[in-house]
Design a binder for this molecule. Structure first.
Ligand code: UT7
Length: 322
């Protein structure tokens, strides 16, 4: 049986760091409120002229080097993002061309904060079907460009960044089990009110911003993430004690803690980056994975559960051996 396995990772965070103290100067908030209610201490914010593909290029270069491959080996690029450079061509084609990857399958998909998990699961299927041999999978976001910096309910939460992984076929697992889901009935709890076919002229104007019913999103997120994590372990016949690490979406430390408690995994086994990155949407899981690998906590052969939840709502898990 062919499995797929992550053989290299990388991340890129923009140079500019915005601390909670910086936010105290522009909205009616406090460092104490942000830290205790969300866990965020700082976030990276991309420059005005910096695009999501610019960040992806940097993250991809690190992942390519880490994997010990060359750009010529890559035969597929998938990017999970809600903030592409352009409506079209899709961002993966921009990345493919800018990196000098030979012509290949290249597309993006939009699943909000679950974008990387959706992209990774898709790449896994292509590899298992024998249709791809080396996939560059990205989760990236310039989400701060959608933020209303006068809205304290949302502006304190988000940050920018890009995470990358190289996925290749393997005789050993690799990705063991995946679960994806979505339910559009929750659309009004978390959305950005502009799209290519709707309200486009309003983009960037005052009053056009991320809408979030925070505490309702919070409740559904904890329940859904807890349920899908437990179900994923159960379906794979893996006990929670066998799990080496949980790499969750980094939306809020309280969501992470509540979800970990719900599934019975101690916080010592959870990778947490929300304090340094904020909520980077589709970039959060691959960046947290890269942080854990590079600081030596995540080791080859360990059993890891990644999971995410976002606008839609969408959700997903990937259980894998590193
Ligand atoms: O990425 C996936 C999707 N996103 C999420 O998963 C986010 C889910 N939601 C959350 O993380 C939390 O609900 C928030 C962090 C957004 C909000 O935390 P909360 O504990 O649910 O607060 P709240 O919205 O119930 O607001 C509590 C109070 C309110 O004041 P009153 O009405 O009690 O007087 C807010 O106005 O906190 C106030 N507040 C703030 N105060 C200081 C809201 N934002 C701020 C702020 N600084 N930045």
């Amino acid at each position: 049986m062919t499995y797929s396995r992550i053989v290299g990772t990388g991340r890129y965070l923009p140079e500019r760091i915005m601390t909670n103290a910086d936010l105290e100067k522009i909205v009616d908030t406090t460092d104490e409120w942000i830290r205790t209610r969300t866990g965020v201490e700082r976030r990276h914010v991309c420059a005005d002229d910096q695009t999501t593909s610019d960040m992806c290029i940097e993250a991809a270069k690190v992942a390519i080097e880490d994997a010990g491959i060359s750009v010529a080996d890559i035969d597929m690029v998938i990017t999970g993002t809600t903030t592409p450079d352009l409506i079209f061509p899709n961002i993966s084609t921009l990345i493919q061309h800018k990196l000098g990857i030979p012509p290949c399958i290249a597309f993006s998909l939009e699943a909000a904060c679950t974008g990387f998990i959706y992209a990774l699961v898709t790449a896994d299927k292509f590899i298992k079907a024998g249709e791809a041999k080396c996939v560059l999978v990205l989760g990236a976001e310039c989400i701060t460009k959608l933020v209303d910096w006068s809205d304290r309910n949302t502006c304190v939460l988000f940050g920018d960044g890009a995470g990358a992984a190289i996925l290749k076929p393997s005789k050993e697992p690799g990705i063991i089990a995946c679960h994806l889901g979505a339910d559009g009935k929750h659309k009004d709890l978390l959305y950005y009110p502009v799209g290519a076919s709707n309200n486009l002229a309003a983009a960037g104007t005052d009053g056009t911003a991320i809408h979030m019913a925070g505490s309702e999103v919070f409740k559904v997120a904890v329940k859904t993430l807890g349920d899908i994590a437990s179900k994923s372990l159960e379906n794979a016949g893996v006990g929670k004690d066998e799990l080496d690490w949980l790499v969750p979406h980094q939306a809020n430390i309280r969501i992470i803690q509540a979800m970990a408690k719900r599934i019975g995994v101690p916080m010592e086994k959870v990778i947490v980056t929300v304090q340094d990155h904020g909520n980077t949407s589709a970039a959060s899981v691959p960046m947290a994975l890269d942080v854990g690998i590079r600081d030596g906590r995540l080791k080859q052969g360990q059993l890891i559960l990644m999971e995410a939840f976002g606008g839609g709502f969408t959700w997903g898990t990937v259980l894998m051996r590193l």
